[in-house]
Design a protein around this ligand. Structure first.
Ligand code: NI
Length: 227
């Protein structure tokens, strides 16, 4: 399932990000591509662990930790430090599945990619093409969101970025190891939490049915979560 998380960054934060990113030094994305990916990957990336990637990435992680929709949808355990990419001049990334295990550079920490995230940092009007296409059980779903919005999708899915034929598509991307590895129970928990959140303002706080549903949510999470 493809889950949009809106307004991860406010527009003035996006503007500040772009001031840094538009004057940053970008390197060929092939430097970090595996053998298979190098055949289909045509983009630019910021070097990991250097400025401005480091501080912008930390800013994103702080915002995500305080974002209830993200926490509910992803149930994050570990998050790979956000990376940044830029597609222009026909840049594209053909169909691929993300690697399962990612070692965080400079550490012994491994992140299992359960969810992939793309945080859009260019407005859709700034570029043509650059759609993120994700293959799922109901066919291909497409994401091209406003700057500051993010999409979450299963890392196990086949996905691609269509060629950017005008302007530049700037984004941050990263992976999340979830407390609930499998997508099906994680999606059930998200649906249940959304329903409880929507009921909460409409019934008294001590409503027995609401208390029971909240208990079911936590007991299912206790059952499925692996820390
Ligand atoms: Ni990918």
């Amino acid at each position: 399932m493809l889950i949009p998380i809106y307004k991860v960054l406010e527009k003035d934060e996006v503007r500040q990000f772009r001031e840094h990113l538009d004057r940053a030094t970008w390197q060929d994305g092939l430097k970090t591509a595996g053998t298979l990916a190098s055949a289909v990957k045509r983009n630019l990336q910021l070097e990991d662990g250097t400025e401005p990637a480091l501080s912008l990435g930390q800013h994103i992680l702080r915002k995500l930790a305080a974002n209830p929709a993200f926490v509910s949808a992803a149930l994050p355990n570990r998050i790979y430090p956000p990376k940044f990419n830029r597609y222009q001049d026909g840049g594209t990334y053909g169909a691929h599945v993300d690697s399962a295990l990612m070692q965080v550079p400079g550490t012994h920490v491994t992140v299992r990619s359960d969810l992939s995230a793309t945080l859009f940092l260019a407005e859709p009007e700034e570029y043509d093409g650059g759609e993120l296409e994700i293959e799922g059980p109901f066919g291909i779903q497409t994401a091209k969101l406003e700057a500051g919005d993010m999409v979450l999708y299963p890392s196990s899915s086949l996905h691609r970025v269509t060629p950017v034929t005008r302007g530049a598509r700037v984004a941050s991307f990263f992976w999340i190891q979830s407390l609930v590895q499998d997508e099906a129970p994680r999606t059930l928990l998200f649906d249940l939490d959304q329903a409880i959140q929507s009921l909460t303002p409409r019934v008294p706080a001590d409503d027995p049915a609401l208390l029971k549903l909240t208990g079911v949510y936590h007991n299912l999470l206790r059952h499925w979560a692996i820390t």
